[in-house]
Design a protein around this ligand. Structure first.
Ligand code: DGL
Length: 284
């Protein structure tokens, strides 16, 4: 089997990276994917840098050794901020794609030049994020708000009823966005909100209801999918074929936590059958 036929590895602390996988499967219709949800160690956003780095290395090793992945997408802002630099040093020949809050695209979209950024404490407190902010100084005003507990509430939404989970997510969002100032498209208002955590894409409906549909939400799935395609093309590892393959035949989703949560999320957001989800090796 040539390297092009190998799967692409994707991981996150839980279901958040499925928002990136959605874009990947659409942009790369012949590729096979192995997605690992590290639910047993989630959430990452409120853990130490060292802990997140250790988890990232353990998962990268597992996906390389057990699944022979040809590329790795770190579908988690927190893990990217903590560990992408080390991963690049450790695996210099592996195409590696990380995610970071999409501040530059937000500058291009904002008319009021007041841009909100929400993410985990780990991401927004990281040196990597602060370097990104400094590099854009003077181009817009960024209002940065960590949202402790939000990724976990979104994760838990797979286990409770849609209305109960939506209420909990809305209450958290109301508290956090309320501290950021006025949203809207008037002068001095925040007209663009960057979703700096892959989980938050699954709270888009609640956010638009709360902030109004005028506020633009910016996420990273599509640019990450385009970058993945570019890197595979450059490495001559893009898998091609006469016709696209059905998503259910090219997706393998793994979790070291509760299988039912991943199954519910995969069905809801990727329309995948439960059979696409499996328990991960307990040692990962
Ligand atoms: N989805 C992840 C991120 O983008 C991690 C959330 C968490 O585990 O706290 O940051």
């Amino acid at each position: 089997m040539t390297l092009a036929a190998h799967p692409i590895g994707v991981f996150d602390s839980g279901i958040g990276g499925l928002s990136v996988l959605q874009a990947l499967q659409a942009a790369l219709p012949h590729e096979h994917f192995v997605y690992l949800a590290d639910n047993a160690h989630a959430p990452y956003g409120e853990k130490s840098d060292l802990y997140v780095r250790q988890r990232t290395h353990a998962i990268a090793e597992h996906l390389l050794q057990r699944h022979q992945i040809k590329a790795l997408v770190v579908a988690c802002n927190t893990a990217t901020a903590a560990a992408i630099h080390e991963l690049r040093t450790q695996y210099p020949h592996l195409p590696l794609i990380g995610v970071e809050p999409a501040l530059k695209p937000a500058i291009a979209l904002s008319r009021t030049h007041r841009i909100g950024v929400i993410g985990t404490r780990g991401t927004l407190g990281s040196d990597k994020f602060h370097r990104l902010l400094s590099s854009l100084e003077g181009q817009a005003e960024f209002i940065v708000q960590p949202c402790n507990g939000l990724a976990l509430a979104i994760e838990e939404s797979t286990h409770i009823s849609a209305s109960a989970s939506s209420e909990k997510i809305t209450a958290l969002l109301r508290g956090y966005t309320g501290q950021m100032g006025a949203f809207g498209h008037g002068p001095g208002q925040i007209d663009t909100l960057v979703l700096g955590c892959t989980h938050y894409v699954f709270a888009q409906n609640e956010l638009q209801t709360l902030l109004g549909t005028d506020v633009q939400l910016v996420s990273t799935g599509e640019p990450v999918a385009r970058q993945t395609r570019r890197l595979l093309e450059a490495a001559a590892q893009l898998r091609s074929g006469p016709a696209p393959i059905a998503a259910s035949a090219r997706m393998q989703l793994l979790t070291n936590g509760e299988l039912s949560g991943l199954q519910a999320a995969a069905q809801r957001w990727l329309h995948l059958p439960h059979a696409a989800c499996h328990k991960a090796d307990p040692h990962v």
